[in-house]
Design a protein. Sequence first.
Length: 313
Amino acid sequence: MDILLYLPDADLAHWQAACERHLPQARMRLWQEGDDAPADFALVWRPPAALLRDRPGLRAIFNLGAGVDGILALERAHPGTLPAGVPLIRLDDAGMARQMTEYACHAVLHYFRRCDDYDRQQAQGIWQPLPAHRREDFTIGVMGLGQLGAQVAAGLRAFGFPLRGWSRNPRQLEGIACYAGAAQFDAFLQDCKVLVNLLPHTPDTQDILNRQTFAKLAAPAYLVNVARGGHLVEADLLAAIAEGHIAGAALDVFREEPLAPAHPFWREPRIRITPHVSALTLPEESIEQIAGKITALTRGASVSGIVDLQRGY
Ligand code: NDP
Ligand code: OXD
C-alpha cells in the first residue's frame, strides 16, 4: 500500500514514525514536485493541485485537518483536482476538540474575569478592583455544534454559564439551548454576551461575523473566532470595537495568514491574537484514526468523516 504525504511546515519524521507504528504494511513517501507515481491514499493539508489530479490508484484523500475549505477552494480554482468517486475524508476530532475547549474556555474566562482590563491596568501600574461580570447574565453562543463546537459548548457549560448553540440542522445537547438554521439565527444571537465561532467556512457562512450580527448581541459583547478568517468582516469588528459595541476579541484565524505586520489588528489592544494554533493536528492521534479508516475501507466497510462536497463540510 502506497501513501503520499503532504503537510507543509510539519515535523515529517514524526508523521512517518507514527505511520510506521499504525500502518506497518504501508510505504509512505513525501510528495515532491514531479511525483506522479501511483498512490493508494493521500494524506494532505492544503496540497498543490498536481498532487491529486489524475493520481493513478487513488482510493481516498485524507484531509489532515477538520476544515476542508482550503481543499474545496483548490477544486473550485482548478476543477477536476479532486478525482471523481474518490472520497475526501476529514479528521474527526483526533485530539482537536480538547485543545479547542481549552482555548475557548481560556479566552472566555480571561474576559469574564476581567483579565483584559487588569492587563491594561497593570501596564499603567494601576491597582483598582473592578466589579465582576454576573455569570447568569453572561450568555455564551457557540456557532457550529459539530465535532468541535459541541464539545466546546459542553466545556463552557461546566463553568455554569448559560449556553446556546447554533447549527444547520436541529440538535439536542444537554444543558444547551439549541437553535438551528437561518430562521433562528437572530433568536440565537439575542442577549449573547460572548460569541464563539466554530462553523465551517462555506458560501453560507462567509462573512457571517459582521456588523449586523454584532448589533444583535448584548453590548458590550466579546468575540472568539477559532474557525476561519473568512467568517469575519475585519473592518466591521474594528468599527464595533471603536463604538464600544464589542468589548474585544480573541482571534486565532485570519483572512490572510500569516497576519501581515501592518494589519490594524496588531495595534488594537482589545484584540488578542494567536497564529492559528487553537487546535493543532496531532500526528499520533491523526494517523491512528486514519489507519483505522484505511483498514475499514480496505475491508469494504463505511467510515465517518466523508465530506459532502455540495454542502461544503
Ligand atoms: P463539523 O463539520 O463537525 O461541524 C460543523 C458545525 O457547523 C455543524 O454543527 C453544522 O451544522 C454547523 N453548520 C455548518 N454550516 C452551517 C450553517 N450554514 N448554519 C448553521 N450551522 C452550520 O466541524 P468541526 O466542529 O470539526 O470544525 C469546525 C471548524 O473549525 C472547521 O471547519 C475549521 O474551519 C475550524 N477549525 C479550526 C482550527 C484551528 O486551529 N483554528 C482547528 C480545527 C478546526 P449541522 O450539525 O447541522 O451539520
Ligand atoms: C483544521 C485547522 O481545520 O487546523 O483542522 O484549521
